[in-house]
Ligand binder design. Sequence first.
Ligand SMILES: [Zn+2]
Length: 346
Amino acid sequence: MSKLSVLKELPKVELHLHLDGCIDVHSAHGMLQEANVPRKYRNMPVSELKKIMVVDKSLKSQKELLEYFRIPTMILQTGNNLKRAYYELCKIKKDDNVCYCEVRFAPQLHTLGGLTFDEIMLSVLEGKRQGERDFGILTNIIIVGLKDRTSNENIEMLEEIKKYKDFGVIAVDCAGVEEDFSIMEQQKFLLRARERGFKITFHCGEVKESLDDLINMTQAVTPDRIAHGSIAIGSLDFCKELIKKNIMLDICPTSNLQAGLYQKYSEVPLKSLYDMGVPISINTDDTVLSDISLSEELNLVLQNSNLTLKELIDMNFKALEHSFADDKTKEVILNKINIFLKGKLI
Ligand SMILES: [Zn+2]
């Protein structure tokens, strides 16, 4: 069995994945017909939509990358479209043999068409229920607060969605344009999320200048995991702290390259972090928007980072360990992986 086939067929765990970055372009075309959008978007052929929804080159900044979310944000303003997006994400992941993933989205981005937080949550949860049932994968939801809102505004959203904890919503994150908004502004929000019983994570490290923020925020809130954060390599002391506190970095190499953080894949310090003992997982961030499946991403890591297939499989086990799944789910996934690996010489 070739290494690529192993990576393709391995039952995989993906921890850093955005709902709005995983909308198939053909589906988007259909969803636009239902959304309240200007006619020019409804009439746009799939080939044109693709140009503004799928990144096909390296961009200058994270800010530029985030512009590709314009169409997904327009689309995801109806209950049906939210449900459909989650359902189809389950299929996309199933087709790539991802057997467990954590899907994140920001409820505040989906109220523009008048949906309430309850309507948003119930639509997404219905898509999750149907997707898991039809495609046999397991998922959990991470709620994202926004860096361009105040901590108090994010807390207001949190107080409304907290009742969905234990119904598939397990953790809280915070994301947004890093060059304009410091994650340090969101301490109160994330600490409140922890008080409410959620696991916490935050986006940081998509621009080189954020190392201080990354270190300070980690010290302030002690997250369970960090979204991105590969720039941690710039501080040996901080890496030691991540190891000591067992905090995983959910790294998305292609996304980081597209956002201009690195110029070449081989610059992403995956091997150095791994060898040092920093817990890391490999993810796509936005499977459709970044045009990369998890198998393809892992294959790129294999080709460009000096990490071996065995080490990538070890990372998959570690991702499961650091996932926010309950023990029963972890056991089911662990069995799946072990059955696949049995008898294979890797
Ligand atoms: Zn992300």
